[in-house]
Design a binder for this molecule. Structure first.
Ligand code: MF3
Ligand code: CO
Ligand code: CO
Length: 249
């Protein structure tokens, strides 16, 4: 946990290209997220888009993960495997895209509403997006990583939703998952300093009910233990001497 990589300006330029492409994939796929489309179809479309733009999916074959994206529907928190499931009206689906472009990684995710959803689903998805931006606003050059979780927890407490603690944000760059762990809840020991040149993700997962998680027998799919709805948003962030940039916007 001690070694958080500091990147230079040229590396930031390379990183920006990878992250912009990851954001483009989410914008591209949005039009296809409708009733009746399968998560496997969405995977195929993203896969083609990513390869046509000279990149590769970083999730495909990552520790054996079979998808080019993660598709996490309703009570699936994260790492859902794309397949034959067809989206229904009222579903919510998180699509998590990680691309590698010229060796640099861009990681971003968004939760989409499929047609008209329940008020509860709408409120949860809005809160998850807000939690991400509250976390981003807590990032300050020469501040501390712990500030992020403190801010997110303070916001989420007012919503009545719970924050998943078993999965977190991460350093990123030439590696997909690097130090540090970026926690989305208040953990007093997180005193690592945020320094110019650091690249990392923030990706809070909010549940309607319990924050407890369980991994299904496929070895990947993470679900809420009480089957309550879960939503997530993620951006990749870069810190410079005087600014905080959202690279996957
Ligand atoms: N993109 C996820 C993250 O935000 C990780 C997915 S790993 C996979 O860190 F293997 F499940 F794809
Ligand atoms: Co991530
Ligand atoms: Co991700």
């Amino acid at each position: 946990m001690a070694d958080i990589i500091l990147h230079d300006m040229n590396e930031l330029l390379d990183m920006k290209r990878a992250c912009r492409l990851a954001g483009d994939v989410l914008r591209y796929i949005e039009q296809f997220v409708v009733e009746g489309v399968s998560t496997g179809d969405l995977d195929q479309l993203c896969h083609e888009y990513i390869t046509e733009h000279g990149a590769i999916s970083a999730t495909r074959n990552y520790n054996g993960f079979p998808g080019s994206i993660c598709t996490s529907v309703n009570h699936v928190i994260c790492h859902g495997i794309p397949g034959p499931y067809k989206l229904k009206k009222g579903d919510i689906i998180n699509i998590d895209v990680t691309v590698a472009l010229d060796g640099w990684h861009g990681d971003t995710s968004k939760t989409f509403l499929v047609g008209k959803c329940s008020k509860l689903a709408e409120t949860l998805v809005k809160a998850a997006e807000k939690a991400l931006f509250v976390g981003i606003e807590a990032v300050k050059p020469f501040g501390h990583f712990g500030d992020i979780g403190v801010a997110i927890q303070k916001f989420v407490a007012q919503t009545g939703f719970s924050i998943v603690q078993d999965y977190c944000g991460h350093g990123i760059g030439k590696e997909f998952h690097a130090d540090p762990l970026v926690l989305h809840y208040d953990c007093r020991e997180k005193r690592e300093q945020i320094l110019p040149g650091m690249f990392f993700t923030i990706e809070p997962m909010l549940n309607v009910g319990s924050c407890k998680t369980k991994v299904l027998n496929d070895g990947w799919t993470v679900v809420t233990v009480d089957k309550s709805l879960s939503a997530q948003f993620e951006h990749t962030i870069a810190v410079t001497e005087d600014s905080v940039e959202i690279l996957t916007l």
